[in-house]
Design a binder for this molecule. Sequence first.
Ligand SMILES: Nc1ncnc2c1ncn2[C@@H]1O[C@H](COP(=O)(O)OP(=O)(O)O)[C@@H](O)[C@H]1O
Ligand SMILES: [Mg+2]
Length: 296
Amino acid sequence: MLFRLENLSHQYSDGTLALDDVSLSFAAGERIALLGTNGSGKTTLLHHLNGILQPTSGKVYFEDKPLKYNSKSLLDLRKRVGFIFQDPNDQLFAPTVKQDVAFGPLNLGQPPDQVKKAVDEALTTVGMAEYAEKPPHFLSLGQKKRVALAGVLAMQPEVLIMDEPTSNLDPRATSEILHLLLRLNKESKITLLLATHDVDMVPLFANKLYILNKGKLVSEGSPAEMFSDAEMIRSVNLRAPRIAHLFEVLKKEDNLPIDKQLPLTIGDARKEILRLLSSQKTSKPEATSKRRNPAA
Ligand SMILES: Nc1ncnc2c1ncn2[C@@H]1O[C@H](COP(=O)(O)OP(=O)(O)O)[C@@H](O)[C@H]1O
Ligand SMILES: [Mg+2]
């Protein structure tokens, strides 16, 4: 396992128990979503994976070794595990985009020509090369998120952790960042762990979900498994993706013979509609042949 949390609890100094005995693990190359409503403990959990926070009790293992919290160990960890904060304003601080993205590689002591190459490549990957000389605070939120991502990619991480990667983004920026993340997972084999409460977005990228509620891990499994457990989803104040809800209504109210596994994405819905249409044709051969050849 790449990461393993063992009975992890975290209590903040004011007494809030933000994580309560959470155990989970995931392997390299996976696309994980940490799903839960606001305040369920997602950010607190993510902050344990690169040592921003330390457990009150329990342990975090990376490649089966417990995390160590001295500065050298943390630097080694953060080279491999990139973290992107929910608010890019917490991450971007240099006078220009280029300098911001260069900060990580320079900090690792890379030579200037290698840093330049890493910065150019990272900015090209996120589609922000033409903004290299701009001050980050002039950029839109979506652009800032992409620059923050470039800053992490310039370190060539193996794992990307993103806290609410699409929150407050417009539909186009959301779709761009999702496609980019999926491409990084597919082509560069980067492990993805995203925290979100966006149930419509989750089935588009995740192969596995962890559902958090009030600091506890409530359930885990594939998106199909999780969203078909209507009772559990309701109990944690989430809902199924809208497209699944539409198909549930078509099944219950309109008695359409919808598959037991409700579609979770537009792509799945399209397949299900085509399946329904073709099964209708095969179940009424006469009607079909008449329509095709009225003279027959
Ligand atoms: N620095 C902090 N001090 C005290 N309580 C905190 C702090 N940060 C978060 N919390 C509390 O911990 C719980 C989990 O918060 P958080 O991990 O931010 O959840 P999420 O990211 O799912 O919205 C919430 O009840 C929140 O109010
Ligand atoms: Mg959060």
